[in-house]
Ligand binder design. Structure first.
Ligand SMILES: *[C@@H]1O[C@H](CO)[C@@H](O)[C@H](O)[C@H]1NC(C)=O
Ligand SMILES: *[C@@H]1O[C@H](CO)[C@@H](O)[C@H](O)[C@H]1NC(C)=O
Ligand SMILES: *[C@@H]1O[C@H](CO)[C@@H](O)[C@H](O)[C@H]1NC(C)=O
Ligand SMILES: *[C@@H]1O[C@H](CO)[C@@H](O)[C@H](O)[C@H]1NC(C)=O
Ligand SMILES: *[C@@H]1O[C@H](CO)[C@@H](O)[C@H](O)[C@H]1NC(C)=O
Ligand SMILES: *[C@@H]1O[C@H](CO)[C@@H](O)[C@H](O)[C@H]1NC(C)=O
Ligand SMILES: *[C@@H]1O[C@H](CO)[C@@H](O)[C@H](O)[C@H]1NC(C)=O
Ligand SMILES: *[C@@H]1O[C@H](CO)[C@@H](O)[C@H](O)[C@H]1NC(C)=O
Length: 626
């Protein structure tokens, strides 16, 4: 054996050893300086000789153990002032919880060094004096809880600079003065109760319940009723556009083009037929379009409505509706169509239907009968030789794909954990119901985030079902669908209930990681979500797998890990190893009794039971099939 090989082996083991032992020395010293200079009644196992990342109670590091990112020390019996220049050195810190201790003294200025803080929990201490004047350092702060202390003075206007804040509690202090106009759109929870505040509740805070302001000296008179936005302008109609403009839009295939479905049909028909001169006056043209549409389609097709559908329109109305392209999917393009009577529907125009009218109609009867809270109802369909349309309800919040991925990195409302749970539960119930139809043989066949919407109760609701079996064999993978497709479908091109379970598993992983099923990393390299999650879990990067947008929600780690386990079992490589959808419903429902929706509101458990991601994650790692 060559000497070189031996050296390489030694080097490899050496670096693995280093990696395993890596720890943030400077952060460790900062924590030691903190603990050695403050009195506390409960003992902490913070031993200089043990690993700060693996063995210290209440301390969490990032994935490569290079920085400390969370310190949670509730109820340790600390007393006295927070020593200066200690915690402030943990510059990568994201979560700091020192709640329910006996800290005293003025607001710890050290904490104003922590620019990456997302959650700060100082409630139930004896801090006193004014709040810091300038909050703007905490640009990333989501939760600020300073309740149950003895802070006095006024609320600094710079709180407005905490533009990501979702929860703010200053309750049970001695704050006085007026309430600043906290115009923070992301703010969802506010508690200013039991202070000495005066004046009126500002306009921007009227949306919060009066309990948020109880126990103050606030005058009941609120400023003014909210100003309603001016009524919307009447909708622009397709007839207002010139035909050449519309052609331009269609040819440019702008995703937001307002066009009429009739025009689209006519344009495609014209291509096949003759190319007449198009210089016609617009009024005349509209008539002829209408006539052409009806002539062409009355002969060999009609709009079929399903039971319980109270939509009152006919094909002609539909064709003349102003339409907006919502998206181009696996089986065709979907439009948002606004009808004259102000109803809005989603119309899907199928391409390349591979089966005859009879089979098509049979499948539509099965799908159209389904009425379930978590299945987007098919309202109507249209079948003719040249045109196949499906009419669904329109969901104005957009698909889960949009809610989850749009405008990442910019200011946006993140999709909160509560909603993600409800999406997961709703979709599971919807698919399980679909799997019971047609004597237990119906397959959804195309589960992906862009086919999932939120119903009126904000639970997930699946659309686009039962089309996979009508269409031509699946095309060479289109990127976005590819990530959801079970391995056996790629080979056999046949979808099944087990492949639905796989796609559902991918959707769960997407909700947990915030990553698309197939995403490009730095230029060329394409990452498949399932493979990526497997590798992360194997490496025990623990928390790294979860969407950073979820970091701000307290107390969800255990639920996220449980959900991850379900997701991993659904994406098992072999179809027969995947659970049945009905079992999946039970599993996701078991994560939490959803109908109560209650969770403890404090941000963490006592240190003895500090939620640790490692054990369940390790379990997943060992049981995973990949
Ligand atoms: C805290 O105690 C340590 C001993 O661990 C000492 O070396 C250090 O100077 C003290 N630091 C502060 C900020 O008081
Ligand atoms: C530190 O943690 C590791 C892994 O969590 C464990 O194997 C080891 O026994 C712990 N050491 C001490 C001294 O607690
Ligand atoms: C703080 O967060 C930013 C953005 O997430 C990151 O680039 C930076 O490295 C973080 N700072 C530290 C000290 O970790
Ligand atoms: C805040 O409290 C401190 C003592 O706790 C007191 O000296 C100070 O005057 C108070 N400030 C206000 C504005 O009430
Ligand atoms: C917000 O921060 C900016 C600088 O970061 C500062 O100029 C401004 O005064 C702050 N706003 C308030 C209300 O304090
Ligand atoms: C703040 O802390 C109090 C007391 O623990 C708790 O009741 C409240 O829910 C917390 N509020 C937020 C927004 O975290
Ligand atoms: C404020 O104190 C009162 C009385 O002690 C308590 O009932 C209430 O829950 C406290 N509010 C918060 C937000 O902790
Ligand atoms: C509120 O202010 C009054 C004086 O205006 C003072 O007597 C009282 O103690 C204050 N209450 C609190 C809870 O700070």
């Amino acid at each position: 054996m060559g000497i070189k090989l031996i050296f390489e082996a030694i080097f490899l083991f050496g670096s693995l050893y280093m990696l395993a032992r890596a720890e943030p020395i400077e952060d460790k010293h900062a924590l030691l300086d903190f603990i050695n200079n403050i009195s506390h009644s409960r003992n902490l196992n913070w031993d200089e000789r043990t690993s700060v990342c693996n063995n210290w109670t209440g301390v969490t590091c990032n994935h490569d153990n290079s920085r400390v990112i969370a310190v949670r020390l509730p109820g340790i019996g600390f007393s006295g002032h927070i020593p200066l220049n200690t915690l402030g050195r943990l510059s990568a810190l994201q979560i700091l919880s020192l709640r329910s201790n006996g800290f005293s003294g003025s607001f710890p200025t050290d904490l104003l060094e922590l620019g990456n803080l997302t959650g700060l929990y100082l409630q139930f201490n004896s801090f006193q004096g004014p709040l810091p004047w300038d909050f703007s350092v905490w640009k990333n702060l989501y939760v600020l809880n300073l309740s149950n202390n003895a802070f006095n003075g006024s609320i600094p206007p710079s709180v407005t600079n905490l533009t990501h804040l979702t929860a703010l509690s200053l309750a049970n202090n001695s704050l006085s003065g007026d309430i600043p106009d906290l115009n923070i759109p992301s703010l969802q929870l506010l508690d200013l109760s039991n202070n000495n505040l005066t004046g009126v509740v500002p306009q921007s805070l009227l949306k919060f319940p009066s309990s948020a302001f109880a126990g103050n000296k606030i005058s009941p008179e609120t400023s003014q009723p909210p100003v309603l936005p001016p009524t919307a302008q009447p909708k622009k109609h397709s007839s207002k556009f010139s035909e050449s403009a519309i052609l331009g839009i269609v040819i440019g295939s702008s995703a937001l083009a307002f066009v009429s479905i009739a025009l689209l049909l006519i344009i495609t028909n014209r291509k096949k037929e003759d190319k007449k001169a198009t210089a016609v006056k617009s009024e005349k043209k509209e008539k002829s379009l209408k006539r052409a549409a009806s002539e062409r389609h009355d002969k060999n097709g009609k709009l079929v409505f399903f039971e319980g559908c109270n939509l009152a329109f006919d094909l002609e109305d539909l064709l003349m509706a102003s339409a907006e392209v919502l998206g181009k999917g696996t089986f065709g393009t979907t439009y948002k169509a606004a009808l004259e009577d102000a109803t809005t529907v989603a119309v899907k125009r199928l391409r390349e239907v591979s089966i005859g009218r009879k089979d098509f109609e049979q499948q539509m009867e099965v799908v159209g009968k389904i009425r379930h809270e978590n299945v987007a109802p098919l309202r109507s369909y249209y079948y003719s030789k040249d045109e196949k349309l499906m009419v669904y309800d329109f969901y104005n919040r957009g698909s889960v794909s949009v809610l989850l991925h749009a405008k990442r990195g910019e200011d946006r409302f993140p999709l909160d954990w509560e909603t993600r749970m409800k999406i997961a539960i709703g979709v599971a119930r919807g698919i399980a119901y679909i799997h019971l139809q047609n004597s237990g043989k119906l397959v959804h066949g195309n589960i992906k985030a862009s086919n999932v919407f939120l119903n009126s109760r904000k639970y997930g609701c699946v659309s686009d079902l039962g089309l996979a079996t009508l269409m031509n064999p699946i095309k060479p993978p289109i990127m976005r669908t590819a990530g959801y497709r079970a391995p056996e479908v790629t080979d056999t091109r046949k979808v099944s209930q087990a492949s639905d379970v796989y796609s559902y598993g991918v959707l769960l992983l997407e909700l947990l990681t915030g990553k698309s099923p197939v995403h490009a990393v730095g230029g060329e390299e394409v990452i498949h979500l399932v493979r990526w999650v497997h590798s992360v879990v194997r490496e025990e990067w623990t928390g790294e797998v979860f969407d950073v947008e979820l970091l701000r929600y307290p107390n969800i780690e255990e639920e996220m890990v449980a959900m991850l386990q379900i997701g991993m079992s659904c994406v098992a490589r072999m179809p027969e190893q995947r659970p049945k959808m009905a079992d999946v419903v039970k599993m996701v429902e078991d994560i939490r009794s959803v109908n109560t929706g209650n969770r403890p509101s404090s941000e963490t458990k006592s240190p003895g039971s500090t939620p640790s991601l490692t054990p369940p994650m390790a379990q997943i790692g060992s049981s995973s099939v990949s």
